[in-house]
Design a protein around this ligand. Structure first.
Ligand code: GDP
Length: 245
C-alpha cells in the first residue's frame, strides 16, 4: 500500500482515487443513476461496466438486490412495460452495474420486444466500457434456445461473460451437477466449473459472482477473450439476433 492509500474497508483501498480490491469485494455504496432507453443516453464517464442479462423471471432482480444487499433496488418481478430500459447502478463510486432488459418474455407486447433488439445489441456491440456480462440461467430450466443465442452472440462479439445458474436452491445436489454439465454443453463452455451456482435465498454463489465482478472491473485491459467462456458460433450470428432478444 502506498502512503497515499486510504483504507476504504476490508479488502479495499484507494490508490490515486481508484478503488483496488485486495480481497472479497465489499459493497460500500450503491446509487441508482438512471434508466436509459436509447444509446444516446448512455453515461459519458468512462467507468467500467458489468451488465446483467437473462430471460424474464430468471431471478435477475433478486440477484442484483442480493449482490448489492439493497432490498427492492431492482424491482423484483417488475411489470414488463417498464423493464425495457438499461438501468444503471453506480457501485462503490467505482463501476456501473447495468441491468439489461429481460429477453424472451412471452407476454411482452411485440413492439417492446422489437425495441429491445437494437438497444441491447447496439449496447453490446459498441460499449467500450463494458468489461463483462453476467448471463443468468434458471437452474430448473437450463439453457434455452434464447440463452444459447445470447451466449453465441457474446462469443461472436468477443465479450467476456460470467454464466450464473440462478435459483440453485431448487435443485438437489445430484440434479444440480447434471444441470451444470448440461448447461456447459449447451452453451459451449469448455470448463463447467466456470458456471456459478447461485441462490438469492441462501446467498450461495454471491461471493463468487462478486469476485468475478471485481476481477473484470479492475483488469487494466479487457482483451475480450476468455479461455473458459469462449464460444464458437456462426460468423454472422449478430444479425441473426436482430429482433430476437
Ligand atoms: P426477474 O424477472 O428476472 O427480475 O426475476 P425476479 O428476481 O423477479 O424473480 C422471479 C421469481 O423467482 C420470483 O418469484 C422470485 O422470488 C424467485 N426467485 C428469484 N431468485 C430466487 C432464488 O434464488 N431462489 C428461489 N427459490 N426463488 C428465486
Amino acid at each position: 500500500m502506498t502512503s497515499t492509500a486510504r483504507r476504504k474497508g476490508q479488502g479495499q483501498r484507494t490508490v490515486s482515487g481508484r478503488v483496488c480490491y485486495t480481497g472479497p469485494m465489499k459493497i460500500l455504496s450503491v446509487e441508482f443513476v438512471k434508466s436509459v432507453s436509447s444509446l444516446a443516453q448512455l453515461p459519458r464517464e468512462q467507468r467500467a461496466e458489468i451488465a446483467v442479462v437473462g430471460r424474464s423471471n430468471v431471478g435477475k432482480s433478486s440477484l442484483i438486490n442480493c449482490l448489492l444487499r439493497r432490498r427492492g433496488l431492482a424491482r423484483v418481478s417488475a411489470t414488463p412495460g417498464r423493464t425495457q430500459y438499461l438501468n444503471y447502478f453506480l457501485v462503490n463510486q467505482d463501476f456501473y452495474l447495468v441491468d439489461l432488459p429481460g429477453y424472451g418474455y412471452a407476454r411482452a407486447p411485440e413492439s417492446i420486444r422489437q425495441a429491445w433488439g437494437p438497444l441491447v445489441e447496439g449496447y453490446l456491440s459498441a460499449r467500450r466500457e463494458l468489461r463483462a456480462v453476467i448471463v443468468l440461467l434458471d437452474a430448473r430450466q437450463g439453457a434455452t434456445e434464447r440463452d444459447q443465442l445470447m451466449a453465441r452472440l457474446l462469443g461472436e462479439l468477443a465479450i467476456e461473460w460470467i454464466p450464473v445458474l440462478t435459483k440453485i436452491d431448487k435443485l438437489r445436489r445430484n440434479a444440480r451437477d447434471v444441470q451444470i454439465r448440461s448447461v456447459a454443453q449447451a452453451l459451449d463452455v469448455s470448463d463447467a466449473r466456470a458456471i456459478i451456482p447461485f441462490s438469492a435465498r441462501s446467498e450461495e454463489g454471491r461471493d463468487r459472482v462478486l469476485a468475478a465482478v471485481a476481477d473484470y472491473t479492475h483488469r487494466r485491459s479487457h482483451p475480450r477473450d476468455s479461455a473458459l467462456t469462449r464460444t464458437s458460433g456462426p460468423a454472422r450470428l449478430g444479425s441473426a439476433m436482430k429482433g430476437r432478444l
